[in-house]
Design a protein around this ligand. Sequence first.
Ligand SMILES: O=C(O)c1ccccc1NCC(=O)[C@H](O)[C@H](O)COP(=O)(O)O
Length: 202
Amino acid sequence: MNVKICGIRAEEEALCAVQNGAKAIGFVFADSKRKIDPKNARAIIDKLPEDVWKVGVFVNETKERIEEIVRISGINVIQLHGDESSEFAASFQLPVIKAFSIKGAEDLAAIADFQSDYILLDSARERYFGGNGKVFDWNIVKDYDFKGKKVILAGGLNKENVRSASNMVNPFMLDVSSGVETDGKKDLRKIESFLGEAIPTY
Ligand SMILES: O=C(O)c1ccccc1NCC(=O)[C@H](O)[C@H](O)COP(=O)(O)O
């Protein structure tokens, strides 16, 4: 199973994640308690293996600023976590993950035809657009036909629920942030145990 550990702000967190099998590391450049400066992200990214996805998370950011942050930080995947249009998502050279908040079945209609490489299913927005640690009802998405699009499942995942989430939704990738933190900071032991649960599920 592919896993993305999001909201990384320190080298030791990123290295712990990749050493325990994470495929993707997320850096939040949007309004968030996990926001990181692009230069600090670059210092971490330079220490990561080539094949790991370095994902930059943006919310309703301009194309110019996203491209500037790509250059400064070295991220190689763009995650759009706001109200960005399909055309905006399609305008980038790098792979794009588009996040959608799932509150009910009515939120699914626009997803399958959206022009992004990956779709990320997350819980409802709160103070921040993501990273809120809340689970949404997986029944809404479990049998839905996303027309072959690769699905990344997010929202309140943790060591206890990750296996049932995987088995029920059968995503391409799992994404976690709050579930591997203690008191708002990444917890290396939780990163290790989350990956230990998530990766062997396939
Ligand atoms: O993580 C944040 O603080 C954040 C803020 C604003 C937009 C997106 C954000 N995170 C995006 C992610 O990909 C999170 O991993 C995802 O929302 C799941 O978070 P969690 O429910 O805390 O596991």
